[in-house]
Design a binder for this molecule. Sequence first.
Ligand SMILES: Cc1cc2nc3c(=O)[nH]c(=O)nc-3n(C[C@H](O)[C@H](O)[C@H](O)COP(=O)(O)OP(=O)(O)OC[C@H]3O[C@@H](n4cnc5c(N)ncnc54)[C@H](O)[C@@H]3O)c2cc1C
Length: 365
Amino acid sequence: MVVILGAGGHGISLAYHLAKKGVSSTVIEMSRINYGSSGRNAGRFRYHFYTRENVEFAKEAIPYLLKMCKELPLNPVCVKTGYLWVLEDEKTLDVIKKMDGLWKSMGVGGKFLDCSEIDYLKSESQCYLAPQDGAFHHDYLTFGMYEEVKEEITLITGEAKELVVSGGKVKGVKVNGKVINSDVVVVTLGAWSGKFMKENGISLPVEPEKKEIFITEDLRYRVKPLVITPKVYFSHTLKGEIIGGVEDVRERGFLDFNVSLERTILFLRDVRRLIKGAEGIRVLRGWAGYYEMTPDHSHVMGYSESWPEGLFVDAGYSGHGMMFSPYSGKVMADLILDNVKSRFIDIFSPERFEKNRLVDERMVI
Ligand SMILES: Cc1cc2nc3c(=O)[nH]c(=O)nc-3n(C[C@H](O)[C@H](O)[C@H](O)COP(=O)(O)OP(=O)(O)OC[C@H]3O[C@@H](n4cnc5c(N)ncnc54)[C@H](O)[C@@H]3O)c2cc1C
């Protein structure tokens, strides 16, 4: 039996893939399914990353996400919408020019165009359209996976506290004052992963960074791609509201989930400035969540030789973990049950921080 800590997209995906191989699991969740970032994100997918390693990962993970979208009992509505960079400053223009070469060489090139050619935008800048990227609904993704295999999952509500270790091997985890016995424990605690590991004497550099996100009133359905400027990102929902957030670096830590007026205004200002017909649009609601930041902004999957045997992790996806959750669950299930070690287990190993083999991902959106 496998014990999974955290019922976000990654924990549920692992449980789903274990169940598909005939193995049931116990998932321990302190609140509810998708309480964390998996229920608080923008639901966008992309191939376009800064590092070759993350593009390669996306080239496996995004087709896998699209396939799962067609198979799940709930429909996460995966659609190709594209990502559109509005190159309003020299720095972003230079980065995208450089990235275009890499992306083309990897079969995911986009195209430069004048933003004035785009009917919904008010901008004279240059734009870059990456048509391969898109959108999906995060809740339907997690709950679709859960729905299909829920008979094989024991869901325990409680905060996982103490890892039980004996003779260098994992023996279980303590929750609600009781030990749940297992010789395999997988940490899929998102932004809380570093905290849990630290409390158990293990260093895993994953830290929370609070992000706010907003939805406006409906606009006519037309801002199809995810639009990224140096200050904000936004797109439409299927219904036609504008969803997005501000480009924002703030202190790390578990800051309260409240929403600030300051960021609401920053978001609204750029939406009104850039979208035709959105001049008087209002914000309907906003919420907050945590990006799960690692030192190189790339995720951590697998295990470390210095950890107790039987302890695994899949976390630290900064702002792009929802789209990767189906594929990561598969890679982790193959590793844990069949000892099949994907090349990504080496690339994104937690040992890379000590061995200085960072995957320096700079495109965090
Ligand atoms: C505003 C915002 C926008 C984003 N936009 C996108 C996007 O467009 N596309 C994309 O792919 N990604 C996006 N992301 C990132 C994505 O949401 C995350 O990378 C992903 O959801 C992480 O999933 P997870 O399962 O690892 O973690 P989580 O979903 O955070 O799940 C962790 C779970 O662990 C539980 N937990 C914590 N501590 C304990 C404990 N001690 N015991 C038991 N349970 C515990 C929590 O309650 C939580 O449910 C965005 C994130 C945010 C915040």
